[in-house]
Design a protein around this ligand. Structure first.
Ligand SMILES: Cc1cc2nc3c(=O)[nH]c(=O)nc-3n(C[C@H](O)[C@H](O)[C@H](O)COP(=O)(O)OP(=O)(O)OC[C@H]3O[C@@H](n4cnc5c(N)ncnc54)[C@H](O)[C@@H]3O)c2cc1C
Length: 434
């Protein structure tokens, strides 16, 4: 088993080799990308979080600096497990193996990947503390910790209750556990999904999940079973017409959608969710997605400066508006107008930050980025719909704005989009991890 310490020893060896090549007048000057000889180091970047934002940033800082920037990538999980496609694991048509990927290829590029948890950030000393190994210092820090949940918003959803009342809104063990709960639902049983107020990660994700659970029930012959959606929002948040038509066409009478249902209490004995207005909904499986906020480490480091929930950033560099030399990516950011919290968008943040960091650490000025997003949703095992958008930096308002006339949504679910969706997933995993 490789430990964090083994990786660091590997680093020391690699560092010695780098120094030897540099001293011998190596190839740094004419380096290209992956196969280039290691360049003279110009500084160290530590990336916290090896998800869609962080892994992308780590890969591209290494690649675009030709190895001149020493890159650490730190995640508390040993492997990357993708939320995109995880709804299909619940639906029974994809496996955990499909969505689980190793960091080995990033290690081969010279990125120091540590399996550890960052417990504190000291912006003044440019230092982080970790659970397993000694403190590390950085020249620039990238923070992409995703989201954490406000469990306190739901009375009764305490530590004990959380063992059985799952969110499965972070892919991993909870995906497997929710699938087991769904498999045990008898014909006529009820699945209840509670959606928090926006912004939450992946606006169409809950509605795709409703499709996948209904698909699972239908495939098992549980046609008397029901999917009840309790949405805290006033309406379906993404691809509304497409989801409503898919529910009516594919799962008639199976999916019930309820807007404005803010769940604030769990009655675990009665297997019921209770709303602010006193409505009570009973289910055999209660899938509660609590309200979101930026990942805990961002909060602890004082990076959260918007609504006590999210991290404001400079959209040219992705640098925190609170602490210099710290860049925040992905779901943890206070999103620009109409910018979704998505894996695709976090990947774009990762590239924007990587480009800016390489420029800044070489004494040059970063260029304002363009970003794009596509989110595919499976309405059954094969048919898919998408939503897309393009976002450009607006110099006057210092934010990203959607480009007029760009993007749009599918006309209807199709199998060809199903193939595009799996292609999208394989491509983005390869883009960030290989
Ligand atoms: C069911 C579902 C379906 C989705 N489908 C899509 C889709 O089809 N398309 C799409 O684009 N997006 C989709 N998303 C959204 C997407 O998963 C997120 O937007 C994306 O993961 C955000 O990337 P991130 O880098 O901000 O966070 P993450 O990808 O969550 O990565 C954060 C990482 O940081 C690590 N971490 C956190 N704190 C620490 C710490 N202190 N120390 C060490 N490590 C730490 C975590 O272990 C994690 O690996 C979906 C989400 C869900 C829940």
């Amino acid at each position: 088993m490789t430990t964090a310490f083994d990786n660091r020893r590997g680093l020391l060896k690699a560092g010695a080799a780098t120094a030897a090549v540099a001293a011998a007048g190596g190839l740094a000057g004419c380096a290209t990308t992956d196969s280039a000889a290691p360049a003279k180091k110009i500084g160290r970047v530590i990336v916290i979080g090896g998800g869609y934002g962080g892994a992308t940033a780590a890969k591209y800082i290494n690649q675009w600096s030709n190895g001149a920037i020493e890159v650490y990538l730190i995640d508390r999980e040993r492997n990357f497990v993708s939320c995109p496609i995880s709804n299909l694991v619940l639906g029974g048509t994809q496996s955990m193996e499909t969505i689980t990927h190793s960091y080995a290829k990033l290690r081969e590029k010279g990125i120091i990947v540590l399996n550890d948890e960052v417990t504190a950030i000291d912006p003044a000393k440019k230092k982080i503390s970790l659970k397993k190994i000694a403190d590390l210092t950085y020249d620039r820090l990238v923070v992409s910790p995703g989201i954490d949940f406000n469990f306190n918003a739901i009375q009764g959803l305490n530590d004990e209750a959380q063992k059985t009342i799952l969110h499965s809104w972070k892919a991993g063990p909870q995906t497997v556990a929710l699938k087991a709960q769904l498999d045990a639902v008898p014909n006529g049983g009820v699945y209840v999904l509670s959606i928090p107020k926006a912004p939450y990660r992946c606006p169409p994700g809950p509605y795709e999940r409703a499709c996948q659970v209904a698909h699972l029930f239908k495939a098992k012959g549980n046609t008397k079973s029901k999917v009840i959606i309790m949405d805290a929002n006033p309406d379906i948040q993404s691809k509304k017409g497409l989801f409503m038509k898919a529910w009516a066409d594919l799962y008639p009478g199976m999916i019930e959608y309820n807007p404005n249902m803010v769940v604030n209490e769990l009655d675990i004995k009665g297997k019921r969710l209770v709303t602010e207005t006193g409505d009570k909904v009973r289910g055999d499986v209660l899938n509660v997605v609590p309200p979101h906020r930026a990942g805990n480490i961002a909060q602890a480091a004082g990076l959260v400066n918007v609504n006590n929930l999210w991290c404001g950033v400079d959209w040219v560099t992705m640098e925190s508006l609170v602490h210099k030399n710290i860049h925040v990516l992905g779901d943890a950011t206070f999103a620009a107008p109409a910018m979704p919290k998505s894996g695709h968008m976090a990947n774009q943040h990762g590239k924007a930050a990587a480009a800016a960091i390489v420029e800044l650490m070489n004494g040059r000025s970063p260029v304002a980025p363009m970003m794009a997003n596509t989110c595919y949703s499976f309405v059954d095992d094969k048919n898919v719909v998408h939503v897309a958008s393009v976002h450009a930096y607006d110099e006057k308002d210092k934010t990203m704005k959607t480009v007029a006339g760009s993007g749009g949504v599918s006309g209807r679910p199709t199998e060809i989009e199903g193939r595009f969706a799996m292609g999208w997933a394989r491509n983005i995993w390869a883009d960030m991890l290989t």
